[in-house]
Design a protein around this ligand. Sequence first.
Ligand code: BG6
Ligand code: MG
Length: 286
Amino acid sequence: MSSFGNGALDCIDTSSDADMESMTKGTETLGPEIFIDDDRPGLSRFDAKPRRAAPRTFESIGAFIFDVDGVIADTADLHATAWRRVADEEGLPFAEGLSDELRGLSRKASLEKLLGGRSVPADAFEAMMDRKNRYYAESLHRLEPKDILPGVTCLLDGLRRFDIKLAAASASCNARTVLSCVGVMDEFEVIMDGNDVARSKHGLHQFALAAASLRMVPQRCVVVDDSTAGLSAARQLGMRSIGLGERDRLCAATMTFDSLRGVEARTLLHWLDQSCARKDAVGARR
Ligand code: BG6
Ligand code: MG
């Protein structure tokens, strides 16, 4: 896994082909906030020169599948706040660090985690899930386009210029509301949410549903997710992934960033394309 801190990068598609070639030579520090921490060839720098066209394609990558909560908007915090309110009302402890552990878990799995082994009658369990959903849905009324997370719009635009298909896929039954509130419903060819997962005959994961709907094999899909659960699912499905946030919960990711701020499509695609080529080469030698 390679990791990038990227707080201060500009959001422009920047590199020339010559720059790109130099980006693939060796491992080095990428400035104060970007680095690669393994010995694989990777990006050596982000250049500040703007570039007009996107002349090459990246055959190994056909689609990007974006998780919604914590990737498109900071709704992971809103989920956690709603659960904390239920916990307070029920006299349940809400340990530090639980917010992050709840990322990517279904509503039911989240409540089980919150209960920490305490058993409650089925109707009380349902009532707590409903209450949490009410609190969460209320908090979405305040969500607006300015709440889209940094770098998202720019990366979507950049990927589209390379003919990459775009999907949004979430475990949340509220994901379409979130996408609509931040104004990106029309950015995606395919949207899969918790309702689609519940309807799917074989209980397929939302990423698998999105790939199938895009008619894309998993090997050509890249998932962007902020949770251990989501990144593990991507790996199990044979998809590459970009993990966002604290590195310790992103071990299953192909590469990680603090956030999408300043992450440019061209550089990202180049790196992912290379990681695929290297994996193929290793496979061929075996
Ligand atoms: C995921 C969130 O996207 O959706 C989880 O990361 C949440 O925190 C899950 O529990 C289900 O969401 P909802 O809105 O259907 O309860
Ligand atoms: Mg998420």
